[in-house]
Ligand binder design. Structure first.
Ligand SMILES: Cc1cc2nc3c(=O)[nH]c(=O)nc-3n(C[C@H](O)[C@H](O)[C@H](O)COP(=O)(O)OP(=O)(O)OC[C@H]3O[C@@H](n4cnc5c(N)ncnc54)[C@H](O)[C@@H]3O)c2cc1C
Ligand code: SF4
Length: 341
């Protein structure tokens, strides 16, 4: 590994000012083009950043550690919902009393992500901002489109873990498991610049599909820090369900996962359906046809099965991942029924 410096930021402004580039930009733009002599990137738990450095894919001059910035690891109630600091570890968040009170499903999703050791170190912010797991992307030997090269090796190669929706010209699946559930719950993010100016946007809009930009997965800008993830006030009538399927029960990314949030009236009719699929597309995939199929209907075995079939609308599986179609269909149907059980 090359030599690098580490600095502890003490305030959000200091951290944002020091984050001269994003990890995505540092991996494609030569340091001299960044226009500063010390390209520095932010580190939270460090799991993904250090992985990329060990693989020789990222070589920052400086890591700016966020651990000592006060307030970034707090979870508080705000506007009837939750404001979650990006430095809260996945383990701490999974067991947080406020999360249990506002949305127990999120705790379930977190406990199904990675391994206990990783969850003790990994942070919510770092998890949402981790780079994709495509094995060609993670290997120094393949200079693919996402790293500024001219070719996607997965589309004609080993694509069993890749996207079945929106998979051209890059077929990554979004790596964050919790993102799937947070998008289903209409979570938003707050980003703070070195000047103190903040931007707030829906998490769903924060993620960037390949057709908008092939070389970054989100709209984080240089000299900007993710300062909060906000969960809106959820109606008492909201029913939620999450299911995942992996090759192993834990310690690994899912092959497919599904989050549903259904607003069901006292008459049993679904007023609004929010259904997202993870490990399906380059961004958490909103299954719009499935949502439409359930809205205005009573939820039962038949309507759940119809919605599950509709969830596959627009799928374009690759040579080695068509197995995901029946997997998603089953998970969507069961997650809907689980939510209303
Ligand atoms: C064996 C294994 C299994 C795994 N399984 C899963 C799984 O099932 N599901 C899953 O979702 N993940 C899984 N992961 C991924 C792991 O959860 C992530 O690598 C981890 O969450 C990253 O968090 P971190 O705090 O270590 O981030 P870091 O590595 O510190 O940072 C990640 C990225 O976020 C940026 N960043 C972090 N915080 C901020 C901030 N506040 N503002 C701006 N930029 C910021 C960094 O610059 C970097 O680009 C697994 C990892 C391993 C090794
Ligand atoms: S899927 Fe994307 S990240 Fe993977 S090889 Fe193709 S272009 Fe690269």
């Amino acid at each position: 590994m090359h030599r690098f410096a580490v600095a502890n930021a003490r305030t959000v402004a200091e951290a944002a000012a020091a984050a001269l580039t994003t990890v995505a930009r540092a991996m494609t733009v030569p340091p001299e083009s960044i226009g500063r002599d010390e390209p520095s990137v932010v580190k939270a738990g460090g799991i993904d950043v250090l992985d990329l450095m060990k693989e020789g894919l990222l070589a920052p001059a400086k890591l700016v550690n966020l651990r000592e910035v006060p307030g970034l690891d707090e979870v508080v109630e705000e506007d009837g919902g939750l404001r979650i600091g990006p430095m809260v570890t996945l383990a701490a968040l999974a067991d947080h009393a406020l999360l249990r009170r506002h949305c127990a499903m999120l705790g379930e999703v977190l406990r199904a992500s990675a391994s206990p050791q990783i969850r003790n170190v990994a942070t919510l912010g770092g998890n949402l901002l981790q780079r994709p797991r495509c094995w060609y992307f993670r290997s120094h030997a393949y200079h693919c489109l996402r790293k500024g090269g001219g070719h996607c090796f997965a589309i004609s190669g080993e694509n069993q873990y890749h996207a079945i929706f929106n998979n051209m010209p890059c077929a990554i699946v979004h790596p964050s498991t919790i993102a799937t559930a947070l998008v289903a719950l209409d979570a938003t993010v707050e980003l703070t610049a070195a000047s103190g100016a903040t931007r707030r946007l829906a998490l769903e809009d924060f993620f960037i599909p390949p057709e908008r930009d092939l070389q970054r997965e989100n709209d984080l800008r240089p000299q900007e820090i993710l300062t909060a993830v906000r969960l809106p006030k959820l109606p008492d009538s909201l029913r939620t369900g999450h299911l995942r399927q992996g090759e192993k029960d834990s310690f690994d990314w899912p092959l497919a996962d599904v989050a549903v949030a259904l607003d069901v009236g006292p008459d049993g009719i679904c007023k609004r359906a929010s259904i997202t699929l993870g490990a399906a597309a380059p961004v958490p995939h909103r299954a719009k046809s499935a949502q439409a199929a359930l809205t205005g209907k009573r939820i039962d075995e038949t309507t759940a099965a119809q919605a599950a079939q509709a969830a596959l609308d627009g799928a374009t599986p690759l040579a080695k991942n068509a197995y995901k179609l029946p997997l998603f269909e089953t998970l969507v149907r069961r997650a809907i029924l689980k939510a209303v059980a």
